[in-house]
Design a protein around this ligand. Structure first.
Ligand SMILES: O=P(O)(O)OC[C@H]1O[C@H](OP(=O)(O)OP(=O)(O)O)[C@H](O)[C@@H]1O
Ligand SMILES: NC(=O)CC[C@H](N)C(=O)O
Ligand SMILES: [Mg+2]
Length: 506
């Protein structure tokens, strides 16, 4: 998960891109970058940090031009430390291209070798996005060598070739100097991408509808899976389906946690999806804990709030705020490194003790991944004097690694991996633990857009929509990954140990 945005406008775009990135900050808090283009020149500024820290006035002034793109990064490949892996990425040939990417390639390693040996292209980082850009550049070069670019045909042909070579998830925005802005989505549409316009002729592309609406654009439509859209500098929009068998399988975790509740992705309101999840979760709570044994329902801020409200409403139990969030601490789950995450839960959430004292409380979270939040929160509720602490999760147990751009690289770090619900309950230390079930989750979200063929729910059910992913694949995907915590934490070691464990089990 990252946030991406691209704009073509009759007026300068620097502030518009900045504003859109701020609206997408929840999708990536590790690095941010913007490129604009004026004449034959790109202007780029990127660095580690949140949007507000990365861009100072002098940086903004230098970002000139009426066309540009930007990204907020949540690293899921390569080195979380490296400023060089912040996006956008740039190649000088053909034409001069910059690119931003949300997603994760599952065959980046093979492609990197292929790029070097066959395409004679050098990549200088461990980033899968750099690989993706070079594959695109190579394919564009192939169709245009020695002749001027025929747009949009040559651009669409290159995207078609990219679909043929690249595997995994990719929502992409690229800018070809002097020619226009390109956006495309992988053939399963795993990561979201939408388009909007404003009356002055501005066209904007962004990861979530909130980025469009929050910058006064009118949401127009989602980009279809496999589709490419090319916008010329004068604002003309060309669109083409570039995949052979496109099928919409959006990532269900977007609706559970990643996206903002005020966004609508692929026709589904994220807020309504979370209300529905609360509704189905309520039914499961009833079968485990009699509602008259629960005095109060308390959400674990921020993302679980809609599910918790709906659950409390259905069970007829008071909904109270028991934790206050320090708004200046970012989302803990998307922080790289377990040490940072653990420390941040305590910094981020503090109890209102009177809401717990002598009560049986039902805490609701949207999901339990590593269990970092739940373990701390349950203890905090006990310390505040709760009699019984029950915990309910609006998502099912997260048991499998994610390979499509969510930072869950190894199964061993997932609290639910290889454990029964009772074992997880003991680890977390609550009196009862109630999970959503996979079918219930898919039904709750899927009911909001019946034209969706199915969701990518791989971290819950182990089914990977782009084809089987073996333990070895996961190990090689994690090769070279460096976490932020120690600077040395190499995820491939963890992943290999994990792969061996899985093989032994088999
Ligand atoms: O089991 P864990 O590994 O702790 O991960 C799950 C938790 O992380 C997320 O919260 P986060 O603080 O990132 O964001 P939020 O404020 O949007 O809920 C999510 O909402 C859960 O609370
Ligand atoms: N999660 C993402 O979308 C990140 C994009 C890319 N895989 C990176 O790590 O930089
Ligand atoms: Mg949370």
């Amino acid at each position: 998960m990252c946030g991406i945005v691209g704009v073509v406008s009759p007026t300068p775009v620097n502030q518009l891109i900045y504003d859109a990135l701020l609206l997408l900050q929840h999708r990536g808090q590790d690095a941010a970058g913007i490129v604009t283009q004026q004449g034959r020149k790109f202007f780029m500024h990127k660095a580690k940090g949140m949007v507000r820290d990365v861009f100072r006035t002098r940086n903004m002034r230098a970002l000139q031009g009426n066309v540009g793109l930007g990204q907020v990064r949540y690293p899921t490949a390569g080195n979380a430390y490296s400023e060089e892996e912040a996006q956008p990425f740039y190649v000088n040939a053909p034409f001069g291209i910059v690119l931003v990417h949300n997603g994760n390639l599952t065959n980046a390693r093979e492609l990197r070798t292929e790029l070097f040996l066959t395409d004679h292209r050098h990549t200088n980082t461990e980033s899968d996005t750099e690989v993706l850009l070079n594959v695109f550049a190579h394919e564009l070069e192939r169709s245009t060598r020695g002749v001027p670019l025929r747009q949009p045909e040559d651009v669409f042909a290159a995207v078609r070739a990219v679909h043929g070579r690249v595997k995994g998830s990719y929502a992409v925005i690229a800018l070809i100097v002097g020619h226009g802005l390109l956006a495309f989505r992988d053939p399963h549409g795993i990561r979201p991408l939408a388009m909007g316009r404003s009356q002055d002729g501005t066209v904007m592309l962004g990861s979530e509808s909130v980025a469009l609406e929050g910058t006064a654009q009118c949401f127009e439509r989602d980009i279809a899976p496999g589709e490419a859209v090319f916008i010329t500098p004068d604002g003309q929009v060309h669109a083409r389906q570039c995949a052979e068998n496109p099928q919409l399988n959006p990532c269900i975790f977007e609706f559970v946690y990643l996206a903002r509740p005020d966004s609508v992705l692929d026709g589904i309101s994220v807020y309504q999806a979370r209300l529905n999840l609360g509704e189905t979760l309520a039914k499961r709570v009833v079968s485990t804990v009699p509602p008259n044994e629960i005095d109060v329902v308390i959400p674990i801020p921020e993302s679980s709030r809609p599910s918790a409200t709906q659950l409390a409403h259905l069970l007829g139990i008071p909904y109270r705020e028991g934790f206050v969030k320090n708004r200046y601490v970012g989302r803990t789950f998307i922080m790289p490194g377990q040490g940072v995450r653990k420390k941040s839960v305590r910094q981020k959430l503090n109890v209102i003790a009177s809401e717990f004292k002598g009560r049986n409380v039902l805490l609701v979270d949207d999901s339990i991944v590593r269990g970092t939040t739940s373990r701390e929160i349950v203890q905090m509720a006990r310390d505040a004097g709760a009699r019984k602490v029950y915990l309910a999760s609006a998502a099912p147990p997260v048991r499998y690694p994610n390979v499509y751009g969510i930072d869950m690289p190894t199964s061993s770090e997932l609290v639910a991996h290889g454990r029964t619900v009772e074992e997880i309950r003991q680890l977390i230390g609550c009196d009862a633990l109630i999970y959503q079930d996979v079918g219930g989750m898919k039904k709750a979200v899927g009911a909001l857009n019946r034209s969706i063929a199915g969701f990518d729910a791989s971290c819950f059910d182990g089914v990977y929509v782009t084809g089987d992913i073996t333990a070895q694949d996961i190990a090689s995907l994690n090769e070279g990954r460096i976490g932020v915590e120690t600077g040395e934490e190499d995820y491939s070691r963890l992943a290999l140990a994990n792969a061996q464990e899985v093989q032994q089990e088999a």
